[in-house]
Write a protein that binds this ligand. Structure first.
Ligand code: OGA
Ligand code: MN
Length: 305
C-alpha cells in the first residue's frame, strides 16, 4: 500500500492529516523521506496509528528525516530511564519507572509542555520535526493540541501584518520554567542555552507560506518595552490558538504524531498526574538533510578537528 495522507478534518484540508501505507519500523530511504517532507509541508501535522515502536526503531525513523536535536537536555540533567539522550522522556515516570513525585523536575517539564510552544525555539538551529510516540495514554485527558501558525498568520488583518513585519522576538529556554516558579538553576545551566532571536513572522521553507513564530519560550520583542512586547505576544498567541486553527489529538497506544515546529505550536492538555501517561519524542534539527550529509562528509574528509 503506498504512502497516503487524508485530512483529519475535511473542513481544514491543509492542516493535520492521517497517514497510512508506511511501516514506521522499516528503514526510511531518501525517496520516502522526501514524500514525508512533501506531506509535512502541506499538512504540518501527520498522524500514524497502530505502530508500536521500540526506542531504536523510533530513533532510526527520525534519523531518516534529518539530524537529531537534543534541545532542553543541555540544561536538564540526563535522564536514566530511556536508552538514548536523543529521546525525550515525555512521561510522568521517575528513573525507576514509577509515577514521579509531584515535586520531581520531570513533572515541571510535563506542566511546561502544557503551555503553547514550538520545540527548541530557544536555540539555533531550532527543531524541525518532532515525532511523539504513545506508549501508554492517560486514562482521561492528556490530549495534545496543535495550532496552525500559517492559517493564523493568513487570518490577520493587513495593517496588523504590516505592523509585525520586520519585528524580532527573543526566545529563552528557561522562560517557561521561570513562569512556573521553577527557578532552581545554577549559572552554568542558565548560560547553557543563551537566548536567541527569530523573526516574529517567518516564511516556511517547504511551502513558502508566511507564519507566526511565537510560544512559551518567547520572552520579549527587542526594540519595544518588555511590557509592550509581552502583551503583543500574548495577544498574538490568543489569536493564533483559536479553535478554528487547532487540531486536538486523543492518544492511543501505538500512535506516532509528527509535527513541523516551524509553523505550528503545540501543547499537552491536563491529566491526572498520579495516573500513568507515557510518551517519548524524537526530534530533528531544522537543517536540510542534504546540508547535514555534506557537512558530515566534509568533516570526514578534513579530519574531526
Ligand atoms: C512534546 C510536548 C506535549 C504532550 O513532546 O514536545 O510538548 O502532550 N508534548 O505531552
Ligand atoms: Mn513540546
Amino acid at each position: 500500500m503506498p504512502f497516503n495522507v487524508t485530512p483529519l478534518d475535511s473542513a481544514r484540508p491543509d492542516f493535520a492529516g492521517l497517514a497510512t501505507g508506511i511501516d514506521l519500523s522499516e528503514p526510511v530511504n531518501e525517496a520516502l523521506a522526501s514524500q514525508i517532507d512533501d506531506a509535512m509541508n502541506r499538512y504540518a501535522v501527520l498522524v500514524f496509528r497502530g505502530q508500536p515502536l521500540t526506542q531504536d526503531q523510533q530513533l532510526d525513523f527520525a534519523r531518516g528525516l534529518g539530524p537529531l536535536d537534543v534541545g532542553f537536555k543541555r540544561v536538564a540533567s540526563p535522564h536514566a530511564r530511556l536508552k538514548y539522550q536523543e529521546l525525550a522522556d515525555i512521561s510522568n515516570l521517575n528513573e525507576e519507572g514509577e509515577i514521579a513525585d509531584r515535586n520531581h523536575r520531570r513533572i515541571v517539564g510535563n506542566l511546561a509542555n502544557q503551555l503553547w510552544h514550538s520545540d527548541s525555539s530557544f536555540q539555533k538551529p531550532s527543531a524541525r520535526y518532532s515525532m511523539l510516540h504513545c506508549v501508554v495514554p492517560a486514562a482521561k485527558g492528556g490530549e495534545t493540541e496543535f495550532a496552525d501558525m500559517r492559517a493564523a498568520y493568513d487570518a490577520l488583518e493587513d495593517d496588523r501584518k504590516a505592523e509585525l513585519d520586520g519585528l524580532e522576538v527573543e526566545h529563552y529556554a528557561l522562560h517557561s520554567r521561570f513562569f512556573l516558579g521553577d527557578t532552581d538553576y545554577d549559572e552554568a545551566q542558565r548560560a547553557a542555552l543563551p537566548p536567541v532571536q527569530w523573526p516574529l513572522v517567518r516564511q516556511h521553507a517547504g511551502s513558502h507560506r508566511k507564519h507566526l513564530y511565537i510560544g512559551a519560550h518567547a520572552t520579549h520583542v527587542p526594540g519595544r518595552t518588555v511590557a509592550e512586547g509581552r502583551m503583543m505576544l500574548v495577544d498574538l498567541l490568543e489569536h493564533a490558538t483559536q479553535r478554528q486553527f487547532v487540531y486536538t489529538h486523543s492518544w492511543q497506544a501505538g500512535d506516532l504524531v509528527i509535527w513541523d515546529n516551524r509553523c505550528t505550536l503545540h501543547r499537552g492538555r491536563h491529566y491526572d498526574l498520579s495516573q500513568h501517561r507515557e510518551l517519548r519524542r524524537a526530534t530533528t534539527q531544522d537543517i536540510d538533510r542534504t546540508a547535514a550529509t555534506a557537512a558530515t562528509a566534509a568533516t570526514a574528509e578534513h579530519g574531526a578537528n
